[in-house]
Ligand binder design. Structure first.
Ligand SMILES: Nc1nc2c([nH]c(=O)n2[C@@H]2O[C@H](COP(=O)(O)OP(=O)(O)OP(=O)(O)O)[C@@H](O)[C@H]2O)c(=O)[nH]1
Length: 134
């Protein structure tokens, strides 16, 4: 099983989503940015490191949500989600194909990596999902 962190980065009522590139696994799927936890690394350090590496942003973690386990045909992922906020840095795409800042109500229309769907649902039921009922 691979442990992967991801961040739901919020800015006011907007949420950051990133699209995987053609060269990555699950090409062109939308996800919350993040990546694999290294040996002896905490989930918190991992998500902060990944966002600097992939997007050039430094984040402050607001809350950890519940893990989401999902079985892909070739591997099982334990996705560890955090709600976060940008502290510093200009967002630059280093691995992904695209990014968008969307309102919570727009999120369901994306073609998501399947493991992210339960994370999205948890987020939508949290206090951070502004205007979710619209
Ligand atoms: N970062 C991230 N990965 C996710 C999410 N949902 C999900 O299923 N994954 C999967 O979890 C793994 C995360 O790995 P990663 O982003 O660090 O690296 P990768 O797959 O590009 O690298 P790799 O090809 O070396 O395995 C990928 O297989 C990815 O498809 C998500 O929301 N964020």
């Amino acid at each position: 099983m691979v442990h992967v962190t991801c961040a739901i980065v919020i800015d006011g009522s907007k949420v950051l989503v990133t699209q995987r590139s053609e060269a990555m696994k699950l090409p062109l799927k939308w996800e919350f940015p993040g990546g694999k936890v290294d040996l002896n690394e905490s989930a918190e350090s991992c998500i902060k490191r990944e966002l600097i590496e992939e997007l050039n942003i430094e984040v402050e973690l607001l809350e950890r949500l519940s893990d989401s386990r999902f079985e892909y045909p070739t591997f099982t992922i334990n996705l560890i989600p955090f709600v976060a906020r940008v502290k510093a840095g200009q967002l630059t795409l280093r691995e992904h194909r695209a990014f968008q800042w969307l309102h919570p109500k727009e999120l369901f229309a994306l073609d998501w990596a399947p493991a992210d769907i339960p994370v999205l649902e948890q987020f939508m039921n949290s206090k951070y999902a502004v205007g979710r009922t619209l």
